[in-house]
Write a protein that binds this ligand. Structure first.
Ligand SMILES: Cc1cc2nc3c(=O)[nH]c(=O)nc-3n(C[C@H](O)[C@H](O)[C@H](O)COP(=O)(O)OP(=O)(O)OC[C@H]3O[C@@H](n4cnc5c(N)ncnc54)[C@H](O)[C@@H]3O)c2cc1C
Length: 404
């Protein structure tokens, strides 16, 4: 099967005016300088600590590129714009956890509000997803303690029960509002517990369809064996396995910690090994079309092409809407997202939102990621430059025709 043309910049940037495209160029250009991103990130963090008014700079730069809005109503405009182009949204109230109970409760309510906003979306907006990081509704330290099997104090047991109740409320709401919950993967020292809780939720809520998805990071060693166990368990216990498959975002942090603790690194020893696990994992999920739903999060063009080919092979003559979706982050790899949608593939964008000051850590991470990912910002830059050049040539041609 022929590859899909992902390089069509007409399709990729159709909704962006030339002014907006130039602005995106400036941003990606700035992010291509690692030192600028490093110093800028530290300055931003300090400015916020000192109470300096930097929100307005962020709102007009990184925030505009990578976020859907400051609140849900602002975000619904982005959701509708994406929906009109055949792209689904996975909304995420993306504040970082501070560790307090009222904030966990607030994050739970915001997530439920996202799910319930489904009825505000006009017909034609594709099946929505909602994203949750469990450290937004429970303390990281508590997850770590539970994972390491240390005995809990009474108040910690109560905190943990409250966390599970919050998560159940979110899943119930997703089931009732025909939405799906993607549970993000985090660092390995809390991730095993996150997976355990996620599987528990799937057992309860995924009887008719995949309401809940766990995330499997294929940069971790022995994740294929873990995936196979999950597939078997789902069949044996009669529930749909919802899998968000990613390579993994905490590479440096994981390796540094393993080195500090003088333990074996949990991460594959090479990018090739990660790629191989990722590709095989994708194939296994798509093969198990009757018991597994796949949400593939990747900006890698080869992976995306492979996904489309395998989906065609294993999903022949099946109407399984929303069951195998590929996704990118808002503001990144638009050429992949919009060209796939243009060709009729099911595709989704992660759309984070929150008040600007609360999104600073998230935005700094996005900027660092665009600098760190090999070729990512240069690939974005090249495509934007190509489209700007094409528009300039077209304008010149139009000018010369009208003078003639
Ligand atoms: C929609 C979406 C949702 C996501 N959700 C999560 C999530 O819940 N949790 C999470 O952790 N991440 C998440 N990510 C981020 C993801 O894990 C990757 O970090 C990011 O997408 C880059 O990987 P890639 O597949 O796009 O492309 P690529 O650029 O091909 O891969 C880069 C990735 O390969 C791996 N890698 C690079 N070098 C090495 C090496 N030397 N050895 C071993 N592995 C290496 C790393 O994982 C690195 O991030 C998400 C991404 C998307 C698009």
């Amino acid at each position: 099967m022929a590859n899909i043309d992902l390089q069509n910049t007409d399709v990729a940037f159709k909704n962006l005016s030339t002014a907006k495209l130039r602005k995106a160029w400036c941003l990606f250009k700035a992010m291509s300088y690692p030192k600028l991103v490093l110093v800028g990130g530290v300055l931003l963090e300090k400015s916020l600590e000192w109470g300096l008014p930097v929100s307005w700079i962020l709102k007009r730069s990184l925030f505009q590129q990578f976020c859907g809005g400051e609140d849900l109503s602002e975000c619904l405009k982005a959701v509708n714009d994406l929906g009109r182009r055949g792209v689904a949204s996975a909304l995420h109230y993306a504040v970082e956890a501070s560790g307090s109970d009222p904030e966990f409760e607030n994050n739970t309510l915001k997530t439920i509000a996202i799910i319930e906003s489904r009825h505000l979306m006009p017909g034609g907006v594709p099946h929505p997803f909602c994203v949750i990081k469990l450290t937004g509704i429970v303390a990281t330290s508590l997850l770590e303690k539970v994972q390491s099997h240390k005995p809990l104090e009474l108040h910690e047991e109560q905190d943990y029960l409250r966390f599970k109740r919050r998560l159940r409320r979110i899943c119930e709401s997703a089931r009732d509002f025909d939405c799906s919950v993607l549970i993000d993967a985090e660092e390995s020292w809390i991730q095993d517990e996150i997976e355990k809780v996620s599987i528990d939720m799937m057992r309860q809520f995924n009887k008719q369809r995949a309401v809940v998805y766990t995330t499997i990071q294929m940069y971790r060693k022995r994740r294929l064996a873990f995936l196979e166990n999950c597939l078997e368990l789902a069949k044996a216990q009669n529930f749909y396995l919802g899998v968000k498959l990613v390579r993994g975002a905490y590479l440096e942090k994981e390796r540094e910690r393993a080195q500090q603790l003088k333990m074996e690194s949990p991460i594959c020893s090479s990018k090739e090994e990660t790629d191989q696990q990722f590709n095989t994992g994708m194939q296994r999920c798509l093969q198990e079309v009757d018991s597994c739903a796949l949400f593939l999060g990747s900006h890698n063009e080869n992976s995306v092409q492979r996904f489309c080919q395998l989906k065609k092979k294993y999903y022949t003559n099946r109407n399984k809407e929303g069951q195998a979706v590929v996704a990118q982050l808002l503001g990144m790899s638009d050429h992949i997202t919009f060209n796939l949608a243009f060709e009729g593939h099911e595709v989704c964008k992660y759309v984070p939102f929150a008040p600007v000051p609360k999104l600073v850590p998230f935005l700094i991470r996005r900027a660092r990621e665009n600098t760190a990912v090999v070729g990512e910002s240069s690939r974005e830059l090249r495509l934007i430059e190509q489209e700007l050049q094409k528009r300039k040539t077209n304008n010149q041609l139009a000018g010369s025709y009208s003078r003639a």
